[in-house]
Design a protein around this ligand. Structure first.
Ligand code: NAG
Ligand code: NAG
Ligand code: NAG
Ligand code: NAG
Ligand code: NAG
Length: 328
């Protein structure tokens, strides 16, 4: 009898605690000064900005570069945006990419997906063409991806609080492009200029309603087949990437500090790539130094000299999803 009473009151206390927790949660949600509660299960819209590691092909995009438009075809109408379809398996891996695995939005109209993928990433993008020149005139750098989103997409694609996640993955080309840049003498100052531009864009997107962010840092590109044959270049690239990621981390903290109502999450792709590359067998990879630009790159980590295979994207998406569930 005694123990029954005890367990009853214990579970009652537990129940009360759950209700109390829920009540506090509700109150926080209504308080605009506090962070919206993140729950991956409730996310219905994923807006993405980035480069070739993130872009998906759209029927109105530039082949092998974008979902919609390019720098020379920057504007689009609501009808063009809403009728634009994702072309399956046309990414930098020639398969599906991490955003497609993460959202399950692999092809067709994004609006038909349970988690809609709206991907403004552009292959070959740096952060800002005023800082580093575009590889070609069609490329839309990150800051312009955000301008494009604000001008032509923000009013069209829903991005309600609590149901929207924005992903940011940029810097792979910036760190690569600066390896041989002799005019930059103070790299600490240079990365800060880059980050200032990057976070001006993040702030603009935030002010326009994107309030839940996932930032991904630059992977160890010095371990790509493109870098492996050149130890001098690889060492310099490694230094640049470490500097970039350090500057990124401090700017993420600074951004978070001045935006208390915003949810900020990070994923350390740098550590994750190194972990896989250091334990390839464990993940089913038999070749991490060469590449196979082929339909079935079985066992290969790299698809070409600079981009990972579809299998890497799939594993990455699983890890990021677990991380997002963890944050929920
Ligand atoms: C998509 O990929 C397939 C296979 O690689 C290719 O034949 C097709 O041209 C690509 N489509 C676009 C729009 O790039
Ligand atoms: C796009 O990439 C695929 C596979 O990498 C290639 O076969 C195709 O020719 C490319 N399309 C264009 C227009 O460059
Ligand atoms: C950067 O972008 C270009 C496309 O313009 C691509 O060919 C290149 O491999 C990228 N660089 C790195 C380091 O990934
Ligand atoms: C090197 O960096 C400087 C400083 O941002 C930039 O103005 C210049 O265009 C870059 N050069 C190359 C070849 O990328
Ligand atoms: C990895 O693949 C490359 C390219 O096919 C090949 O030359 C190399 O021998 C392979 N390495 C291993 C360890 O299998």
């Amino acid at each position: 009898m005694r123990s029954l009473t005890f367990s009853l009151s214990a579970s009652l206390a537990g129940l009360l605690q759950i209700c109390y927790g829920a009540l506090i949660g509700e109150m926080s949600n209504e308080n605009h000064g506090l962070k919206p509660k993140f729950n991956w299960e409730e996310i219905e819209f994923v807006h993405a900005f980035g480069d070739s590691y993130s872009f998906v092909q759209g029927t109105r995009g530039e082949a092998n570069f974008s979902f919609i438009g390019d720098a020379l075809h920057f504007a689009f109408t609501p009808e063009q945006l809403l009728s634009n379809e994702i072309v399956a398996r046309n990414t930098s891996s020639d398969g599906s990419n991490w955003l497609e695995f993460l959202t399950g939005c692999f092809s067709g109209l994004p609006s038909k997906c349970k988690k809609q993928l709206w991907d403004f990433s552009f292959a070959g993008a740096d952060i800002d063409a005023n800082i580093l020149p575009r590889h070609s005139s069609d490329i839309i750098p990150l800051v312009d991806q955000v301008k494009q989103w604000i001008s032509f997409a923000a009013d069209i694609i829903p991005h309600p609080h609590g149901k929207t996640l924005t992903t940011w993955w940029i810097g792979i080309n910036d760190t690569g492009d600066t390896v041989t840049n002799a005019t930059i003498t103070d790299f600490d100052a240079f990365w800060n200029v880059e980050m200032t531009s990057y976070f001006d864009a993040v702030q603009a997107a935030t002010d326009r309603g994107l309030r839940t962010h996932l930032f991904i840092n630059v992977p160890p590109e010095e371990r790509t087949p493109a870098s492996l044959g050149n130890p001098t270049k690889a060492a310099l690239l490694k230094t640049h990437i470490d500097e970039f990621n350090t500057a990124l981390a401090s700017h993420i903290s600074a951004f978070e500090a001045v935006n208390p109502g915003v949810t900020v999450m990070t994923f350390d792709a740098h550590s994750w790539f190194n972990m896989i590359l250091d334990n390839p067998q464990h993940f089913g990879f038999t070749n991490t130094t060469g590449f196979c630009t082929c339909p079935e790159p079985e066992g290969f980590f790299w698809f070409n000299t600079a981009h990972p295979t579809e299998r890497v994207h799939e594993l990455l998406a699983k890890t990021i999803e677990a991380h997002l569930i963890d944050q929920s």
